[in-house]
Write a protein that binds this ligand. Structure first.
Ligand code: HPA
Length: 234
């Protein structure tokens, strides 16, 4: 029963999904971590692979970039494929001096100024939060796994812009404790609330808004092993 954006049959998608933005990261997760991974969808180049990890079925499928894109895939996965859990593994820009490139941020909540979310319940400043049990398990797993990587848990900012510089906004968000900026977490959490599925975003810091430091495209593709290992354990 394919959907407009996913060509898999219903049984071909696992109940647990790991969701990077980039289709090549989905392919890399399938290749490096999953056993018996099979390509189950490639509509618009958004690749999805289903296999097993430690004997448990899991699908690694890309979201594309931005709130509208992840909203489409997450909603179709929940409604049409019976998916119960989606963990985004993505990249983000650090907004504070105490967060460094290559650190991992477990997004317990996500601020946003995206109109995508404002239109869900007009007039309400909706609280975009991760599933509590998933976030708690992710923090525990990250502490167990990642002696070599610094892991933070807290708020991110989900932006509709990658290139628009808004220094006053960034300063205010950082002053309110926001750790990093990315483009999908709030939208994923809104789908989690609307569709009653468990959602979490774990992001690896790929660039720094204060220092200008940034990972290369190649590093962006490869430097997210900790986030993936945490996500697979959930
Ligand atoms: N802004 C928005 N999204 C991002 C960034 C950024 O600086 N880095 C990685 N994802």
């Amino acid at each position: 029963m394919p959907t407009p954006h996913i060509r898999a049959e219903r049984g071909q998608i696992a109940r647990r999904v790991i969701m990077p933005g980039d289709p090549r990261r989905a392919e890399r997760i399938a290749r490096d971590y999953l056993d018996d991974a099979v390509l189950v969808t490639d509509v618009r180049g958004i690749l999805g692979f289903t296999g097993t990890w430690e004997g448990r079925p899991v699908t690694a499928m890309a979201s594309g970039m931005g709130g509208p894109s992840i909203t489409i895939y997450a909603t179709e996965l929940a409604r049409e494929y019976g998916v119960e859990q989606i963990v985004r593994v993505g990249t983000a820009g650090a907004m504070r001096a105490d967060v460094a490139v290559r650190d991992v941020v477990i997004a317990t909540g996500a601020h946003t100024d995206s109109s995508t979310m404002a239109s869900r319940i007009p007039g309400v400043h909706f609280s975009h939060v991760a599933d509590f049990s998933l976030a708690r398990a992710a923090v525990a797993e990250a502490e167990r796994l990642a002696a070599e990587v610094t892991v933070h848990a807290g708020q991110v900012f989900t932006s509709d812009h990658f290139y628009l510089e808004r220094p006053a906004l960034s300063d205010a968000l950082a002053a309110h404790g926001t750790l990093a900026v990315e483009m999908e977490a709030a939208a994923l959490y809104a789908v989690g609330a609307a569709e009653r599925i468990r959602t979490l975003a774990i992001v690896t810091i790929s660039d720094h808004l204060l220092t200008g430091e940034s990972m290369t495209a190649e590093e962006r593709e490869s430097q997210f092993g900790t986030a993936v290992r945490v996500a697979l354990a959930l």
